[in-house]
Design a protein around this ligand. Structure first.
Ligand code: NAD
Length: 336
């Protein structure tokens, strides 16, 4: 069991099912014996009428102070208005790397057994930065900025991740055959970094072929590194291989701060009904525990989760069961 240490961390419950799934994760963390002092901060669309912004300064300040945050999903209004809180947090805190591990879960049936992939996505630039303008009415320009600095940084991150986690291969995903300058620069940076990691196999895959390979022979992939927009898409695809966004955790990593978050959205259709599957936030908490060195508690939570899936008696509706959030959480805690 864990020691008396108490970790300070920021909690952003978020919108929709966010408070339900983050409360569930906190309950499981507490039952696993890891002590946290949570600084609960509000962010998201719901608070705009009160704060005039979806991201008050107090949220950023809290994460800067604690260095670690656990975040539920936050709704982003489509179209005009306020920018995405998720993107704003990444920018403000310099969270340059998104890490999304996807591992087959016993008991969660998918057509793709034996998956163990980690997608590492550059989080700060590319088309995803949303630098767009109207050239003349009816013509819009969207700028894809790729820099040597950010590409080298994410490539180093991916290879260091592979080395420190005993991984064997890094695949760089690109479209340099068409975007010769931008994706070409990204690839050059990956190649240069790869030379310093001779024990790790380095491979390059064109993004469209990569999608096809992922749904025909996904077991060939280990660590994958890519620019922001490809990462946005491929990381969801890879989550789908192991059961969907409801079961994969994620971390947004910067030099001084890490935000662990659920990758699914606010699920407005089931919010407040006690039906949400909290696994994604719980898996994000497991990543957080591993980063904090609480390896035993992390393994225990993951094992208890997997046992609940394997038994199949207390799984939530999105995974074909009939349990609500509370019943699922009780079953996980019972297995700790
Ligand atoms: P969504 O993920 O909220 O929902 C898609 C479907 O999956 C729905 O049927 C929903 O009920 C189901 N679902 C999602 N998470 C679930 C869970 N934990 N348990 C059970 N079922 C779950 O996607 P959407 O409808 O496209 O987006 C809704 C809102 O969420 C939008 O405002 C969007 O901007 C926001 N969003 C936020 C994040 C984030 O904060 N990281 C990510 C994606 C979308």
């Amino acid at each position: 069991m864990s020691k008396a240490k108490t970790y300070s961390a920021t909690l952003i419950p978020g919108d929709g099912i966010g408070p339900e799934v983050t409360d569930a994760a906190l309950e499981i963390l507490a039952a696993a014996g890891v002590s946290f002092s949570w600084d609960r901060q509000e962010a998201g669309a719901d608070i705009i009428p009160r704060f005039g912004t979806p991201l008050p300064e107090s949220v950023v300040n809290s994460i800067v102070k604690n260095h670690i945050a656990l975040k539920g999903p936050i709704g982003t209004p489509v179209g005009g208005g306020f920018p995405s809180v998720n993107v704003a947090l990444r920018k403000r805190l310099g969270l340059y790397a998104n890490v999304r591990p996807a591992k087959s879960i016993p008991g969660v049936k998918t057509p793709f057994p034996g998956i163990d992939i980690v997608v590492i996505r550059e989080n700060s630039e590319d088309l995803y930065a949303g630098i767009e303008h109207v050239v003349v009415p009816g013509v819009v320009e969207s700028l894809k900025i790729i820099t040597e600095q950010a590409s080298t940084r994410i490539a180093k991150f991916a290879f260091e991740y592979a080395r420190s986690h005993g991984r064997k291969k890094v695949s760089a995903v690109h479209k340099a055959n068409i975007m010769k300058l931008s994706d070409g620069l990204f690839l050059d940076c990956c190649r240069r970094v790869a030379r310093d990691y001779s024990e790790i196999e380095y491979q390059e895959v064109i993004v469209d072929n990569c999608c096809m390979q992922l749904v025909t022979r996904p077991q060939q992939f280990d660590v994958m590194v890519m620019e922001n927009l490809y990462g946005d898409i491929i990381s969801d695809l890879v989550s789908g291989l192991v059961g969907g966004l409801g079961v994969t955790g994620s971390a947004n990593i910067g030099v001084d701060a890490i935000v662990y978050e659920a990758v699914h959205g606010t699920a407005p259709d089931i919010a407040g009904k006690g039906l949400a599957n909290p696994t994604a936030v719980v898996m994000s908490s497991v990543l957080m525990l591993r980063q904090l060195g609480e390896l035993e508690a992390a393994d225990r939570i993951e094992k208890a989760l997997f046992t609940v899936f394997e038994e199949g008696k207390h799984v939530t509706k999105d995974l074909g069961g009939s349990a609500g959030t509370a019943e699922f959480v009780k079953a996980v805690i019972g297995g700790l």
